[in-house]
Ligand binder design. Sequence first.
Ligand code: ZN
Length: 95
Amino acid sequence: MTDISSIISEIERLPHFRTFTCRDCSAEIRVHALQIYAVCPRCGVRHKCRAFGAVGTELQDVIDAVLTWSGEGEAFEAVMKRRQEILADEGDHDA
Ligand SMILES: [Zn+2]
């Protein structure tokens, strides 16, 4: 069982994008970390990029859960407000 602080630091280190090699034609394919499927731009083969199941086991599943939890309307607006606060706070550290 992974504790919350290590999940947080792993998410902070998770790259937004990664590349992998198409198993059929060896083309390089760039995908976003949350992308479940990618179609090879050269040969058109569809690749599954995540272990997507009913019960998630990847960091990306944690992010999906947060996105789902973010909700809509007033709840989502509150989440976006918090996001702005976090980004503004990070900007302060850079200065
Ligand atoms: Zn391909």
